[in-house]
Each structure stands twice: as structure tokens, then as C-alpha cells.
Design a protein around this ligand. Structure first.
Ligand SMILES: [Zn+2]
Length: 258
């Protein structure tokens, strides 16, 4: 029973059929999903969706939205942590590919959210794109429990992340023909491996180009298993245990909380 540790169920593409998408995931055996936020309004919405559908949520501001970061937004995000369904800070991080917010602003918002993770004993969901050097430096500088989500960065960042015991989450990107980094998928130790969809984005093969949804995390488990030379069931069990440990919540009726 795999769990989807990263899906944007609050995103507009799910507005018309959110309940059906979640029901389809559960029928496929994906019992738990973590609804990831990318802004203050999305954080409140993620909490509402988690409540309505018995899921978990995160609260935080994406690097694309880093320009919105200010004390009032930080306070709003912090308020969300009072909800026991909110299990992580994020997603936050650095994106120097799109540069939707100035890099200095991205670093400041990210540093503040790493500090919130430490203060509130919550793991931090991290997006990193084309920012490996700064990410390595900032990871070295925090005591937060870090999750590098939809990992697709270079070997130096992977080594630095593993060195400080971060969790590494792979998405449907590992099913793409263009995915050449088999070594990264093999290098993550069993106890640090997570899987996700990042839906509605990055639909795995054979759904590429369509809207992604949490049920498709099974394709991610299958491909990760193939690359690591194990079974999809083993990957599902392992990553569900890891999610329970990482997020500190029960993730599956037959996998007890740590
Ligand atoms: Zn995301």
C-alpha cells in the first residue's frame, strides 16, 4: 500500500472532481495522501481538504511565491501548525530555473521556513531546481528534518543531503524515458526513501501528458522497484514506514506509527 507523500489536491485542476480522484486513489490502495501547499491561502485550503477527506497536509510558501513572504504570512503559516493534520512545513526551497521570485528573497523565505521546522518539530518539504550550490550550503546550516521532494538534482546535492540524513522522494519523473539518473535512485538508503506523485504535475508513464493524480503513485513504486532490483510491494511497505517515521503519523491501517 504506497502512500503519496506529495500531491497538490488543492490545485485548480482538481476542483471539479476532487472527491472522485481521492476515492480512485483509495480503491487503488493508496490510503494516505499528503496535500502539499505552496502559499498561505493554499495552506489553509490544504488543511480544509485534509479535514474533509481524512488526509494530511502541509503549510508553507513555495519559492515561486517567496515574494509574498512577510511576518504576517509567516504568522498565518504558523497558525496552520496547530492543526494535527498538518505534518510538515512546505513546500519551500529554491528555484533558480524559473526565478519567479528574486533569489535573495527565495533564500530568506526558505531560511525562515527551515527555522519554523526546527521550532515546531516538523519536517520541511523542499523543492530545489537549478540551485544545487546554494541548497547544499543551506542544508549544511540547518538542523531541520529535510525532504528533498521530486528529486532530480545533481550528485553533489544528493551526497550532501544523504550526508545529513535527509529523506529523498522520487516522483513520476523516474518513469520518463529521459530519466538517466538510475544511480540516484539506487544510492538512497532504504530508510530514507519516499515516493510521491507531485500531482497534478509530472504524470508518470503511461499517463504522461495527462493530469497526474495520487493513484498513479503505484507507477512510481513500480519503476523505483525495477531500478533498485526489488518488488513494488517492498518499495510500498518501505516508503510507507519511512513516511510514518518522517511525518510522525500513522500512514496505513496495517503499518503502525513509529
Ligand atoms: Zn509540489
Amino acid at each position: 500500500m504506497p502512500i503519496d507523500t506529495h500531491c497538490h489536491l488543492g490545485a485548480e485542476p482538481f476542483d471539479a472532481d476532487r472527491a472522485a480522484v481521492i476515492a480512485r486513489a483509495r480503491r487503488a490502495g493508496v490510503t494516505r495522501m499528503i496535500v502539499v501547499a505552496d502559499s498561505a491561502p493554499a495552506s489553509r485550503q490544504a488543511g480544509t481538504i485534509a479535514e474533509e477527506f481524512d488526509l494530511y497536509a502541509t503549510a508553507g510558501v513555495h519559492p515561486h511565491e517567496a515574494s509574498s513572504w512577510c511576518p504576517a504570512v509567516a504568522a498565518e503559516i504558523t497558525e496552520c501548525f496547530a492543526d494535527p493534520r498538518v505534518v510538515a512545513v512546505g513546500e519551500t526551497g529554491l528555484d533558480y530555473h524559473y526565478d519567479h521570485s528574486p533569489r535573495e528573497t527565495q533564500r530568506a523565505a526558505f531560511a525562515d521556513q527551515l527555522a519554523l521546522g526546527v521550532e515546531h518539530h516538523l519536517p520541511v518539504v523542499i523543492h530545489s531546481r537549478s540551485a544545487d550550490r546554494d541548497m547544499v550550503a543551506m542544508l549544511a546550516d540547518t538542523d531541520a528534518t529535510c525532504i528533498l521532494h521530486s528529486f532530480s538534482s545533481g550528485p553533489d546535492l544528493l551526497a550532501a543531503a544523504l550526508d545529513r540524513d535527509a529523506y529523498i522522494s522520487f516522483s513520476g519523473m523516474v518513469t520518463f524515458k529521459s530519466w538517466k539518473d538510475l544511480d540516484a535512485v539506487r544510492a538512497v538508503p532504504d530508510h530514507r526513501l519516499l515516493i510521491e506523485t507531485d500531482s497534478p504535475y509530472l504524470a508518470p508513464v503511461p499517463h504522461r501528458g495527462q493530469r497526474n493524480e495520487p493513484a498513479f503513485v503505484i507507477r512510481v513504486a513500480e519503476r523505483v522497484a525495477e531500478i533498485r532490483g526489488t518488488t513494488p510491494e517492498a518499495v510500498a511497505t518501505l516508503t510507507t514506514h519511512n513516511a510514518a517515521r518522517c511525518f510522525g503519523r500513522p500512514m496505513n491501517p496495517d503499518v503502525p506509527a513509529p
